[in-house]
Design a protein around this ligand. Structure first.
Ligand SMILES: Nc1ncnc2c1ncn2[C@@H]1O[C@H](COP(=O)(O)OP(=O)(O)O)[C@@H](O)[C@H]1O
Ligand SMILES: [Mg+2]
Length: 254
């Protein structure tokens, strides 16, 4: 058995401010380690499967060299919510005792827009397109890129909508289904060869990398789903990299 990469746990010490752009009402929180974290709460509408997808996607992104903010588990004492004047936020914190998801806040990062002049490196963009095809991430469109530019690089955030088939159990056969939504991907124009990116990425992933990524998720976030099923699904999906990479090239007209 590989050693588990269980994520570090940090206690939340203060709720700083909500980040209202997104739908899941993430909040900025201070941690007991003096870090500042973007926290996604278990009680948010997307549910804990979205948090599981966030963890798995961030771990796998890191494994293939895509910049993603460091991930931690944030232990939230609901007493922190009692002091919140906004009833919606108070309710969310009160309903989310225990472990929640924290991502390192990237100070000064800006949201990426395909309309801006700055362009990501073609290889870096292709790696992100490949990851999103691998993980069936529906949330990287021009309208909602979920990409930050920081230190002149693209940072991938918000993977709660990845692995969307987990909501219907994530059966291994689903790994073979085409992923038509990839045609909406915000980086298709900027990306270099997705097939080359796929060959590179696949060489950096094996069954123990997949297992470690799934193992990093707190068991309770899987709900009724079985974590072993995720490892099996991801293995089957990875084996299809040549097929879905080709589909991605076709989606942009190559
Ligand atoms: N690690 C981070 N560092 C800085 N800003 C962030 C970070 N994560 C998220 N944000 C900001 O918060 C917004 C909402 O976060 P996101 O993860 O996209 O949540 P949602 O699920 O609500 O869309 C982002 O669009 C971005 O502006
Ligand atoms: Mg978002």
């Amino acid at each position: 058995m590989p050693t588990s990469t269980k994520l570090p746990t940090v206690s939340a010490t203060r709720y700083v401010t909500p980040l209202r752009e997104g739908g899941s009402l993430p909040g900025l929180m201070e941690g007991s380690d003096d870090g500042l974290y973007v926290v996604k709460f278990r009680a948010a509408g997307q549910g804990t499967l979205a948090l599981a997808a966030e963890v798995i996607a961030a771990e796998l992104a890191r494994s293939i060299g895509i910049p993603v903010p460091r991930t931690v588990l944030i232990d939230v004492d609901p007493a922190i919510g009692a002091a919140e004047p906004d009833p919606e936020i108070q309710e969310l914190i009160l309903a989310s005792p225990g472990l929640n998801l924290g991502s390192d806040f990237l100070p000064g990062a800006r949201s990426y827009s395909p309309a801006e002049e700055w362009r990501p490196a073609a290889e870096a963009a292709a790696a992100i397109v490949w990851l999103d095809a691998f993980l069936t991430n529906v949330d990287r469109s021009a309208r909602n890129p979920n990409l930050l530019v920081w230190h002149d690089e693209l940072w991938a955030i918000d993977h709660g909508a990845a692995l969307f088939r987990q909501h219907s159990g994530l059966a291994v056969e689903q790994a073979e289904l085409p992923f038509a939504q990839l045609a909406e991907h915000v980086l298709l124009d900027a990306a270099g060869s997705i097939e080359v990116a796929g060959q590179r990425a696949a060489a950096m992933l094996d069954s123990s990398t997949l297992e470690r990524a799934v193992d990093a998720v707190p068991q309770e976030w899987f709900g009724e789903n079985v974590s072993a099923g995720y490892v099996e699904y991801l293995g089957a999906r990875l084996a299809r990299s040549p097929e879905f990479s080709r589909e991605a090239e076709v989606a942009r007209g190559d």
